[in-house]
Design a protein around this ligand. Structure first.
Ligand code: SAH
Ligand code: MG
Length: 211
């Protein structure tokens, strides 16, 4: 499967922290696992990764549900290195990535494929009941949120479906360790086994029950 050049262009130019090689790994996984069922993304931000997933959903006849409260993780708040001041809503003194996300997905022509759910991941997870072909975890990146996302969402990955992590850094010099720890937990559970890795993306497949 190849990604249409106009969508690749849109993805490369969208705001966010997803290098093209990792985005294309997401696209490839979503093309395959999206055939089994819906794709769910935890952590939308400005929609960069959602373009890769949405492009795959179109080809696979699937759909992407992407969940975010759009108020930003701690590491992108004012004063932090990755903060983007253009994403502040001065009326509330809070970040708001939702308008940028909406424009990104509209410009890419993916509004039919990408469905935004605006809310806290754990609140949405409590209501969720649909088996997932692929789950992509890229929300809050410290231990508590990654663990909550794993415990709340991974049970919904269907047999043979994929659990995909972003920002897995085995070497602490490269980045935070929480996604790496939860990725190890998923492997140690015996429920998931690794099928591919690209940059900090890890694609696991459900090979047994539980989490
Ligand atoms: N996947 C995106 C980047 C996501 S950045 C891309 O590659 O383009 C992480 C996002 O997770 C932020 O937008 C932040 O608002 C969101 N987030 C953090 N904790 C969350 C929570 N508990 N519930 C919902 N969203 C959360
Ligand atoms: Mg990420």
């Amino acid at each position: 499967m190849t990604m249409p050049s106009e969508l690749l262009f849109a993805a490369k130019h969208a705001k966010g922290f997803m290098p093209a090689n990792e985005g294309l790994a997401l696209f490839a996984a979503a093309c395959e696992y999206g055939k089994l069922g819906p794709i769910c993304e935890i952590g939308t931000y400005c929609g960069k990764s959602a373009i890769y997933l949405g492009a795959a959903a179109r080809q696979a006849g699937s759909v992407v549900v992407t969940v975010d409260h759009h108020r930003g993780s701690e590491e992108i708040q004012p004063g932090w290195a990755h903060h983007d001041p253009t994403l502040m809503d001065i009326r509330f003194g809070k970040m708001d990535s939702l308008p940028t996300f909406r424009a990104t997905i509209a410009a890419a022509g993916l509004e039919d494929e990408v469905i935004a759910v605006v809310g806290r991941s754990e609140r949405v997870a409590a209501l969720w009941n649909t088996p997932l072909g692929m789950l992509f975890i890229d929300g809050g990146h410290s231990d508590e949120p990654v663990t909550r996302d794993y415990e709340g969402w991974a049970p919904h990955v269907m047999p043979g479906g994929a659990l995909v992590f972003h920002d897995v850094y085995p070497d602490p010099a490269d980045g935070g360790q929480a996604p790496y720890r939860v990725y190890l937990r998923a492997l140690e559970s015996g429920a998931f086994s690794e099928v591919s890795a690209e940059g900090s993306v890890r694609v696991l497949e459900r090979v047994g029950p539980g989490i």
